[in-house]
Write a protein that binds this ligand. Sequence first.
Ligand code: SF4
Length: 334
Amino acid sequence: MKRSEDERMGSRYKELHERLNLWYREHGRHDLPWRQTRDPYRIYLSEIMLQQTQVSTVLERFYFPFLERFPTLAVVAEASEEEVLKAWEGLGYYSRARHLHRTARLCNGVLPSTSQELERLPGIGRSTARAIACFAFDEAAPILDANVRRILYRFFRRRKATERELWRMAERLFDAKRPYDYNQAMMDLGAMICTPKDPRCDLCPLREGCRGRQAPERYPEAKKASKTPVRRAKILLCERGGAWALSQSRERFHGGLWHFPRFEDEVSGEFLGRELARYSHFALEAEIWRVAVLPKDYDKPIGFFTPKSIEELPLGGIDRKIFKKYFGVLSVES
Ligand code: SF4
């Protein structure tokens, strides 16, 4: 009797799951600290930090110092947004820190245990909710981060797919018997084997079932590179009685961070140098000027801070750079 298509695919996936699991046991990144805990907060923090930042950067510079300052989500809830932003300084994409703070307050320092509830919290999308629910609470559901997406496009030989189709593909390939190991394995496979460039199909545990392995780099379709717009601004260092003018951003981008006043028109003062900052959607070319007074047209509210208190404020990346580069000299001069 002929086996049904479902049965055939089922046993094929079963074999692939076995191979993936063996590969993960041997090659997986088991020593990552967020894999050695079931503490939902520590797992959530790693997921949020890793959304836009490489593992090595998170691991070497941010994860442990943040946990030292905020060992539990309850401590995050008790802190001010500014304190959380300060600990996030340098990691970029600051909406993540603001969402973390709001989430901590909304759930009174205790995360819910299902992906459905997690997904209702600020800054937690479907895939992140499922990752937290899976890694902390053993919920059996696939995730769909950038690495997993790339594998699915290639495995199912798709150049394009809607979100809905991608989730359907994720469900098809998912190993519901070992959700934790499967999801971790897929992330590692995407990071180590099925990489954007030069994937190592010869070493891949999924190669027997992968439809795209003849030409993996064709999948998914490459996005057209868009030119990053460049913005220009003058950044003004203005001192009064040993304290320096700063504004606090209220915009969505960089909201809550402090920065030296920015101005676009002509200024009179001393030109100190140029700095370049790259953000996700634009680059900023800045001229740094020391001015005696702020231009009349500068209309943002400002405060004055001593260099010592500036140390304590959450500053934008370019402002922290300027502070480090120029303030030793300026403070001595003033
Ligand atoms: S066989 Fe190649 S293209 Fe397919 S999942 Fe593995 S590494 Fe990616």
